[in-house]
Each structure stands twice: as C-alpha cells, then as structure tokens.
Design a protein around this ligand. Structure first.
Ligand SMILES: CSC[C@@H](O)[C@@H](O)C(=O)COP(=O)(O)O
Length: 353
C-alpha cells in the first residue's frame, strides 16, 4: 500500500538543504528545521528532532553530503580524511541505532570508490548515494509491510495488534516498519484496530503513532504502557508488532525501552511477537544483545512532563532509551529480504546470502 495522504515525511533534501520535521513539537505544532551543514544534522539527531532508526540513517547520509558541499565551498579536497570530523560528529549523535553508522559507512565507501574521479564527479556520486539510501528504505518499508501483514491470520478473533513507540513514516523514509505492517494489514482487512502504547518517557506512541494512525483513519486506542498486560489478557490481540534499533547476529533485538517487557507479556499470554526491521538495522558484527550500547538519556525526560516537574527536585533517575529483547521471545523477524521465524544466527545469516 502506498503511503496514504502523501503528506507525512520526516525529512526532505533539496539543493544543499536538509529540511527536518521537528518531531519534538508534534502533534500540536508542525515546524520544519533547515540544516545546511553536518553539525546541524548531528544536533537534530542528538536532540531527537528527527528520530527512529531508519530516519536517522537517512539524515546522517544527507549530513555527510552537506559536509561534502561545505568542503567544496572551502576549496578542500573531497576525501574521506577531509570529511572525517563530520563522520565522527554524526556517528556519535546517538549510539544504539546501527542504521546511523551503516548509512555513513555506505557514504564513505562511495567516496572511497570515487577517489580517482575529479571533485565534481565525487560530489555527484555522494548525492546519488544519499538518494539511494533513502530510496532503498522506501522500498524496504513496502516489502516488509506486505510480508508482515501476511502473517496476520484473516478472520482471526484476535484481530487487534499492539504496538510500541513510533515506527511509521516519521521514523523512516517511507511508510514505516511495524506501522507499515499495520497499514497494509488494515488495507487487507486483516485488522480491526491497534492498541498504541503511549511509550514513556518521550511519548512517541501518543504524540506520533496516534497522530499517524489518525491521519490514515486506522482505528486505534491509546493506552498507558502499564495497561499492556491487561490488554493482552483480554484475548483480543493476536500480535505485538514493533520495530528495532539494532538486531544482533543471534537475533537479540534492541528497541525502545519497554519492548522487552511487552515480549515477556506476549509470551505469557500466548500472543505472537513480531519485529519489523530492514537489513540496515542488522548488525552482523554484534554477537548478541549484550554487546549493544544502550543510550542513556537526560533525567529530565522522566522527572518532567512538558517542562513541568513530576518528581521531587533532584530525584535520582535511570533513563535507558532502549532495552534488549532476547531472540527466544521473538516469533518472527520481518525484513525486506524475507521473514525469519524464531530468529537465530543461521536464519539471520541467510538474509544476507
Ligand atoms: C522504524 S523505527 C524502529 C525504532 O527506531 C523505534 O522503535 C525506536 O525505538 C525509536 O526510538 P527513538 O528514541 O524514538 O529514536
């Protein structure tokens, strides 16, 4: 299914400018930021004006391209070494989503392979590569959406799904990963509605996913995260469907904090658990979930809501942005290259054959 209204995009690149829809302000304010250099792109990734693993990968690729434009304006030679500081700045913006470094490494490989060409041609190669990273994500979203929707049984009494965080158009270059599956399942009549976790503390579920579903006229019910157990106990939910920020070589999955709890709950209630992620989210160099760096974010995300304190001043806060779901709790990993049932090392390796 094509992205319905054709309106929502997290990023737009045009003529040496990257426009970023500021997701910190949604859903009540729709404002675009404009970046003309890599420092700005690193900042908007770090501060989560743009977020979601595939979207920050695409943003980083365009950030690298902006660094190349800056180098050309300065009269610097366009080489991997010249762009090294921009690479590092972008790569360090957020540590958990591997798509960021994956996209940057593709840009570096592209530049390296063009070293024998003159400067203008190198730049054109980089433009093409950033555009191809974006286009590849759009295609991957469409393929995953179809494959994932196909796993939902038509006519099942358990025809609701539950999702966490935001995995839609705002988190990707296309129609989304887990939310893309939701869209295609809804279009195919395999779904009655979606329970949306609010996703504390940043509220990606209530602010972004509910907003996207509303625009697509897909029925949803917003729940606070702690309601998930009782929702799953009703027997209405067939699948929990989530995205991923990094999938280890053994199938362990890092995703938004609270995902692991949902996987445990799903297993307890006989609900199936689906992870939807493009191959750019799979880190084959990462042996298992224990090796994934988990981003720790500001205490204020927990101790305040919309700038208002909701905890005693000076409260000691632990705020990991992600957790790791062991592969053994996952029923299906959906990628653009196919579905891996009960993901394990061999199944994941086959996706790259
Ligand atoms: C297609 S998005 C998959 C994940 O990136 C998503 O579930 C998630 O955890 C996003 O976290 P965020 O901190 O909002 O960048």
């Amino acid at each position: 299914m094509a992205w319905g209204l054709g309106l929502l995009k997290a990023l737009k690149y045009k003529d040496k400018e990257l426009f970023v829809l500021d997701q910190r302000l949604l859903p009540h304010r729709v404002e675009w930021l404009c970046c003309t250099d890599a420092t700005c792109v690193a900042k908007v990734i770090r501060e989560m004006a743009v977020r979601g693993a595939p979207a920050i990968g695409v943003a980083a690729a365009y950030g690298y391209l902006l660094a190349a434009h800056t180098a050309v304006v300065r009269g610097d030679d366009l080489t991997v070494a010249t762009l090294g500081p921009a690479y590092r700045d972008l790569a360090e913006a957020r540590p958990t989503a591997v798509n960021l470094v994956w996209a940057l490494d593709r840009m570096v490989a592209c530049l390296r392979s063009a070293e024998a060409l003159e400067g203008g041609q190198r730049l054109r190669r980089l433009i093409g590569e950033a555009q191809s990273i974006e286009a590849r994500d759009v295609e991957a979203n469409l393929a995953m959406s179809q494959l994932g929707a196909g796993l939902l049984e038509p006519g099942s009494e358990r025809n609701w799904v539950l999702t966490h965080c935001n995995t839609g158009a705002l988190a990707t270059a296309g129609q989304g990963t887990a939310l893309g599956v939701v869209r295609d399942a809804w279009a195919a009549g395999r779904l009655e509605g979606v329970y949306v976790d609010e996703t504390r503390p940043w509220l990606q579920g209530s602010r972004l996913t509910a907003w996207e579903l509303q625009q697509e006229a897909i029925p949803y019910r917003l729940i606070c995260d702690s309601a998930a157990a009782s929702v799953l106990a009703t027997g209405r939910v067939g699948w929990v469907i989530v995205g991923a920020d990094r999938v280890a070589a053994n199938g362990d999955v890092a995703n938004k904090i609270g995902t692991y709890a949902l996987a445990v709950l799903a297993r307890h209630h006989g609900v199936k658990f689906m992870v939807v992620a493009p191959r750019s989210t799979i880190d084959r160099d990462c042996a298992d979930g224990g090796a994934i760096e988990i981003e720790q974010r500001s205490a204020f995300e927990v101790s305040e809501i919309a700038g208002e304190p909701v905890a005693p001043e000076g409260a000691d806060v632990y705020n990991p942005a992600f957790d790791v779901t062991p592969a053994g709790l996952i029923d299906a990993l959906v990628t653009e290259a196919g579905v891996v049932r009960h993901p394990n090392r061999a199944g994941i390796a086959r996706l790259f054959d």
